[in-house]
Structure formats: structure tokens, C-alpha cells
Design a protein around this ligand. Sequence first.
Ligand code: PLP
Length: 405
Amino acid sequence: MNYDIQKIRSYFPVLQQKIHNHPLIYFDNAASAQKPVQVLKAEEQLHNHFYGNIHRAAHFMADKATGEFEAVRTKIQHFIHAELREEIIFTKGTTESVNLVANSFGEKYIQEGDEIIVSEMEHHSNIVPWQLVAGRKNATIVQLPFTDSGELQLDVLEKRINAKTKIIAVAHVSNVLGTINQVEKIIKLAHSKNIPVFIDGAQAVQHLPVDVQQLDADFYAFSAHKMYGPNGVGVLYGKRKWLDKMPPYQGGGEMISEVSFQKTTFNEIPYKFEAGTPNITSVIAYGAAIDLMDETGLQNIGRWEQNLLNYATSKLKEIPGMKIYGEAPEKSSVISFTIKNIHPYDVGMLIDKMGIAVRTGHHCADPVMQHFNVPGTIRISFGMYNTTEEIDLFMEALKKVLAML
Ligand code: PLP
């Protein structure tokens, strides 16, 4: 494969350092990915040359910043193959994107007695906003379960959809199990009954090419910080036919057309949903992260990471007492596991002393933990810059930790 891993690693200054006297091995990419120099430089460039508040001024600085900001909207449109750039709304992150839809869509379309289907493998941020709106509206959350191998039970989905179902919320890729869900099938099924689907793409867009038109997703959300971009920025894609009809989520500057004490009218999409000064710096720098993924090619990144996934899975399985959570045939580069009689937190703490960053705990997915009746797991997750050599070092370190415990 033509994948220049040394070149890719050279873009990430953070990877060149030592932590606790060991070269850093960063396996916590599902929580947040590291940032390449391109992103850091884009932020610096903005602040050194043309920072200004966007959309509202006639001066050079604001004009240039506005152009750069809006260019990123177009980049994202192409990145996920949305039909229109107006369908791309900048938010603070996936969490805010879910809250936006739960509140705005919920305000208009969810009434007492209605049902919202949410999968059992969701991150809390794709559960709690729906629970909040359901609580306000006296609606019900209906669970879509998964099997022990980590696959959504689509036959159950078919039975749980009924005339009261108003929306289905599901992750494209699970942040714990790594399952790549068959969202295209789910969307087809939902649309055959005129039900829209909200897809949480926070763990998908950095690993596999996403085409929202091909998926026919009604809503699709993700966060820049998991895609080698800055934190504090996310995206909500929504089909124009929904966004046009949905009421504003937050009020403030930019989202209005005219304001008077008698009557206020609202701006067009996407601005109707972008109240106040957005995270100008981070959106502009996010563009550089998108460029890097485009240049490297998501197909190539995905293939590279699949190799890491397969390699690490087979190595982990050699460890006595190993249990891996999530063994769906279509998986992304996330592995959650426990080792018999070992507390995940102890592994996380000790392995950190060897310069290796892994995540331990419930991964903001309590229902997944409840499914398997465990308080938490150890999770390793790979990004475009990880290597099989790092997996070898991790395995050595893990064996040392297990010997200590
Ligand atoms: N959804 C999934 C599947 C996630 O993995 C995460 C973060 O880990 C989120 C949503 C929330 O993302 P953010 O904290 O960037 O809003």
C-alpha cells in the first residue's frame, strides 16, 4: 500500500515527544485525535494576519476571515458529499448537534405519546438529549438492542417501528464496540415508513468515506477534534427539507433576519442555526485537517487502520483471560477489552507510566456496560499515525503490567 507513515507521523509534533521517559504511544484516538502542524499553522496564520469577526463587517480582516470560514463549510459539504452547503451547520461538537436536532425537531414534530427509537450502543450524547425532549413532551424512548457480538438487531427494529415513531437515532460506528452499523439499511427501512433518521457519525467520518446522499441520512453529526481538527467545533448535516421547517435552536445574533419588539424574523439556513459568534479560529483550522485527510485519502487511512485493528486483535487474543467486547464482522479501529480478575483502571494507570495512552472506564456508554454487566473496559483506538510497531510495544507493556498485577 502506498501509505507514507513516516511522512504522516512527521506532521504530528506531539508524537515526537517522550512521556514518563518513554516515546509516546497514543491509543486514545476515539476520545480525541492529535493535531497536525497544518492545523496548528492555520490557527497561527489566522491570528497573525486576518482575525476578525465574520459575516458582519466591511473591513479586510473580517472579509478575509469570513471567506476562509465559509470555504470550510464548502469543504465539509464535499467531504461528506452533501447536496448543498447550506445543509452544513457548525456547532460546538457532536453533542451540540444532537441537542440541536432533539430540541428543534422535537419542538415541532414530537408530541405526547410519540416514540423515539435510540440504539443501545449509543454514546450518552445520543441518548440524554432525546430523553430530555421525551421528558418535556411526554414521549417515550424505545430501545434498539444489540447482540453480544455487538450488532444491532434489525429484525427487532422492524417490530419496534410503529405509527408513533417520530425519529430513529443511531451511531454510524460505536465508540466502544467499534461496530460499523448498517445505517443504510436502517435508513431504508425507516424511510419506507416515513421516519427520519439521525446518524451520530462521531466515530465514522475519520475512518471511512461517508456520503450522506448515498446513505440518504436526514441528519448526520460529527466533531472536528476526533478528525485531527481543533476542539470546540462540530458539524450537523441536515437535509434542507427538515432544516427549513425546524424552528431555531438558540436565539442571538446572526440567526435573525430582522428584530423588533413586535416581531422577529429568522435568517435562512445554515445561519438560522448558528446564533452568536462561532468558533471562527477552530472552524478555519478544521479546514486544514480536512485537507490532510483528503490528501491522504480516507480509503487509505481506513485500510491502514483495518490492518492495525486485525493485528492488535490477534495479539490481544493470545492473552489468557482476555475478553473483547464487540466482534462484529464490520468493525472500525476501536478495541474494548477486559482481562479476567484485572481492574481496567489499574492497567490504564500503569501502562501510562510506560508512555502509553489508553482509555479506561465506561466510555460515556453506560448502556453498553450494562449489556455486558461490566463497570468498564480498557479501550485502545487507532488513528492514521499509529503503527504495528506501537502495537508490539503496547503488548510488551501490557504483559509487564499484568505480571505486576
Ligand atoms: N458520539 C460518539 C459515538 C462519540 O464517541 C462521542 C465522543 O466520544 C460523542 C458522540 C460526543 O462527541 P463530543 O464530545 O465531541 O460532542
